[in-house]
Design a protein around this ligand. Structure first.
Ligand code: C5P
Length: 234
């Protein structure tokens, strides 16, 4: 893959209906961005919607964050790969047996295999929430532990907070991908995101792919906003 022509912005398609989704998608160019389809859209519109978007030439990140027994997750990843998506993900807290089973199943697809990434600790979790789940571990320690577990299991990367990227980049292999939401262009509304980085700051921190939703999806001229973001990180 040519790094210079491979778009690194992943636009989050967070819509509850197909016509709103396509009115945005039809304004976007697969050479300038990838697209993310998450649980809401997938639950409303299902695999046919994913196939339609893939058929338009977009690299699609199917963000369903699988977390189940190894056999079930491996089969779900195979189903995702059959849709032709570019990336699929799991929860690292499902364990390395689960992640290895998913990777082994995906390796059957050879060079058509989607990238497999894992979520470490959801950025919506604060220390108090994490304490109630595992107790006595700092969030950053848990993130680092799960990031290393993911790398050792042979996955391609992790989904993490842009704020954690710098520390993680120092810990992980250079080609291990960091995918981060919580990105806001300079001066953009933060909405419910608390700790944000600009696209340029994120890239400088070692992030490989930037997940950006509302600054693009709610813009009057989405392609112009995308163009400005791409220029800012060129
Ligand atoms: O609109 P915005 O840029 O905030 O959208 C970010 C996207 O990334 C949304 O689809 C959101 O669900 C997702 N995401 C996130 N934080 C995470 C994981 C996923 O914002 N920790």
């Amino acid at each position: 893959m040519n790094k210079h022509t491979d778009p690194i912005v992943i636009v989050a398609l967070d819509f509850d209906n197909k016509s709103d989704a396509f009115s945005l998608v039809n304004q976007l160019d697969p050479k300038k961005c990838k697209l993310k389809i998450g649980k809401e859209m997938f639950t409303y519109l299902g695999p046919d919607f994913v196939k339609e978007v893939v058929a338009l030439g977009f690299d699609v990140f199917l963000d369903l964050k699988f977390h189940d027994i190894p056999n079930t997750v491996a089969k779900a990843c195979v189903a995702a790969a059959k849709l032709g998506v570019w990336m699929v993900n799991v929860h690292a807290s499902g364990g390395d047996m689960m992640m290895k089973a998913a990777m082994t199943a995906l390796n059957e697809f050879g060079d058509k295999r989607p990238l497999l990434t894992a979520v470490t600790v959801l950025t919506s979790m604060d220390q108090q929430q994490l304490d109630k789940v595992i107790g006595d571990t700092a969030i950053i320690e848990q993130v680092q532990k799960l990031a290393l577990l993911t790398q050792d299991a042979g996955l391609d990367g992790i989904v993490c907070s842009a704020q954690e990227a710098k520390v993680l980049r120092g810990l992980l292999d250079p080609d291990f991908k960091l995918v981060t939401p919580g990105i806001r262009p300079e001066g953009a509304d933060k909405q419910d995101q608390k700790r944000v980085l600009t696209p340029k700051e994120a890239v400088n921190a070692g992030v490989d792919y930037l997940v950006i939703g509302r600054p693009i999806t709610l813009a009057e001229q989405p392609q112009n906003v995308l163009e400005q973001i791409n220029n800012s990180i060129a």
